[in-house]
Design a protein around this ligand. Structure first.
Ligand SMILES: Nc1ncnc2c1ncn2[C@@H]1O[C@H](COP(=O)(O)OP(=O)(O)OP(=O)(O)O)[C@@H](O)[C@H]1O
Length: 252
């Protein structure tokens, strides 16, 4: 269980303090596929980066499985991050390394290498590549793969340290509809078969509706609505949710 309580994040900007996140409280259950939706600039990325403390909240607490991790530093913080994988819109692969070496990478880091030894890393990486449907691509370079395949490599790499949670920041935004659907199916399978909790940022209600069991809607740094995906989509309360639904309806 991930519990964010009264989280705020204030950036100092030339124009003065800017409240990117304003007093957000929410709980993410173990095994959830938890969607965070909202328009660009709503604060989705900032909030999710507070979970693994890539952003230090200005105030509030982050409690994971009963442990307050908000002030972790050094080795303890690195341990926490090994437990929380992350994938991004732009895949963030090493272009000069093969697919296999990209997936092995976390095993070569002092911070995460303890989770998987260098000796067992190639075997584990091959198994993960098979899990994400990329058997036979071990020796390819990222530029030789499609966007969907590159995101699968990133997913395999994120799973290398056996994380309990996978944070997905607009992970399908650069992909076409069919590829998005395949990557969402893969994330669903990882959730079911490996028991990994998935936190999914998206500006697309269709994506959230397809895969998430619980959804929060953010607007200007606030959570304006939360509930089961079913509740949010069948009976939206917030103006921003209605606007997103209407926009997607028109886009169909
Ligand atoms: N380092 C920073 N300094 C100042 N302002 C920032 C910083 N990082 C983010 N912001 C601002 O905080 C707000 C929230 O940004 P964030 O990236 O969390 O939004 P988002 O909902 O994820 O948007 P998008 O979908 O476009 O990625 C934005 O207005 C952004 O400009």
């Amino acid at each position: 269980m991930i519990e964010l309580t009264n989280i705020s994040k204030v950036y100092d900007t030339p124009a003065g303090p800017f409240h990117a996140i304003d007093d957000v409280t929410l709980s993410i259950g173990s095994g959830d596929i938890f969607g965070i939706i909202g328009e660009s600039g709503a604060g989705k990325s900032t909030l999710v980066r507070c979970i693994n403390l890539l952003e230090q909240p200005t105030s509030g607490s982050v409690v994971i499985d009963g442990h307050d991790v908000t002030s972790l530093r050094g080795r303890d913080l690195r341990e926490l991050r090994a437990d929380i994988g992350m994938i991004f819109q732009r895949f963030s692969l090493f272009e000069q390394r093969t697919v296999l070496d990209n997936v092995i990478f976390p095993a070569t880091l002092a911070s995460t290498g303890k989770r998987v030894s260098r000796a067992e890393a190639p075997e584990r990486a091959r198994k993960l590549l098979a899990l994400v449907g990329l058997e036979g691509k071990e020796g390819s370079y990222p530029s030789q793969l499609s966007g969907g395949q590159q995101q699968r490599v990133a997913i395999a790499r994120a799973l290398m340290t056996s994380p309990k949670t996978l944070l997905c920041d607009e992970a399908t935004s650069a992909l076409d509809t069919l590829t998005t659907s395949q990557v969402l199916d893969l994330l669903g399978r990882i959730n079911r078969e490996l028991g990994v909790t998935i936190v999914l940022i998206t500006h697309s209600l269709a994506v959230a509706r397809r895969i998430c069991n619980h959804v929060v809607v953010m607007d200007h740094g606030h959570v304006v609505e939360q509930g089961t995906a079913e509740e949010i989509f069948s009976n939206p309360q917030a103006d921003v949710t209605r606007a997103l639904l209407q926009f997607e309806g028109e886009g169909r």
